[in-house]
Design a protein around this ligand. Structure first.
Ligand code: URA
Length: 244
């Protein structure tokens, strides 16, 4: 059966669908020995030989789901030309070819999912599935109610409105304020940019949870494998961390 090339690559665990598009764009994918850069091409993986980075894309690896408590100072990419630490350096003993689900900035810490399941990754990242991501942001100063309401309703960010957010002030001070913010989008440096847009710099940022799956007592720098129950928690409606 013919399917879109990026879907086949994602299901084979090569990367997320978005990542697969990037690989195609970069000319890393070949069909029957011919490099393809055309997006949206439909291919039958049974009838054609698909290769990525010169390796055949056929084997269905067992799906693996990992929750890492990422420290700051690690990149959520699979390689870095500058040889800075990357999150997979922390996955001692994991042999599956997992990739991060979305990204956490170098200077952000907390919950990062890694998997070789491109389909699930897509569902968690894409805003249409409305998976909440809960962050703890420490910002400078003390944003007033009006500014926080603006963030909750959605603000214009780089020409596009943000989706509504849930915001709860956990501790307020004149020099710094700690705020829990729940969003279901994952734009680049979104939380930092949202606070910057109301005039407050994020001093520290931690992701606490994906949907109803939170870090629990997982120590910083450590990971654990997830089971089906954990995966269901990701998609469970209301985030237990949010009670406001
Ligand atoms: N928003 C940010 O600004 N940075 C992250 O790492 C995640 C969300």
């Amino acid at each position: 059966m013919e399917e879109r090339l990026q879907k086949i690559l994602a299901r084979a665990g090569v990367s997320s669908r978005r990542g697969a598009e990037e690989l195609i764009r970069q000319g890393k994918v070949a069909i029957d020995g011919q490099v393809v850069t055309e997006m949206g091409l439909r291919v039958d993986p049974v009838l054609h030989r698909i290769e990525c980075n010169g390796k055949p894309v056929t084997q269905e690896e067992e799906k693996v789901y990992i929750l890492l408590n990422k420290p700051t100072g690690y990149l959520s990419t699979l390689s870095d030309p500058q040889r800075r630490p990357i999150v997979t350096d922390l996955l001692d003993g994991v042999t599956a070819r997992v990739f991060p689900v979305g990204r956490l900035d170098y200077d952000t810490e907390g919950a990062l999912l890694l998997t070789n399941d491109g389909e699930l990754s897509q569902q968690i990242i894409h805003p249409s599935f409305e998976v909440n991501k809960t962050y703890l942001a420490t910002v400078n100063g003390n944003p007033n109610r009006q500014k926080l309401v603006a963030l909750e309703k959605g603000i214009e960010l780089e020409g596009r409105r943000t989706w509504p957010a849930c915001i709860k002030v956990l501790s307020a001070g004149s020099r710094r304020t700690t705020i829990e913010i729940i969003i279901h989008e994952g734009r680049k440096r979104q939380v930092r940019k949202m606070f910057a847009a109301i005039g407050h710099r994020v001093l520290a940022l931690e992701r606490l949870a994906y949907g109803g799956l939170n870090l629990g007592d997982l120590p910083r720098g450590r990971y654990r494998f997830l089971d089906r129950k954990d995966l269901n928690r990701i998609f469970s409606g209301k985030n237990p961390l949010y009670s406001g």
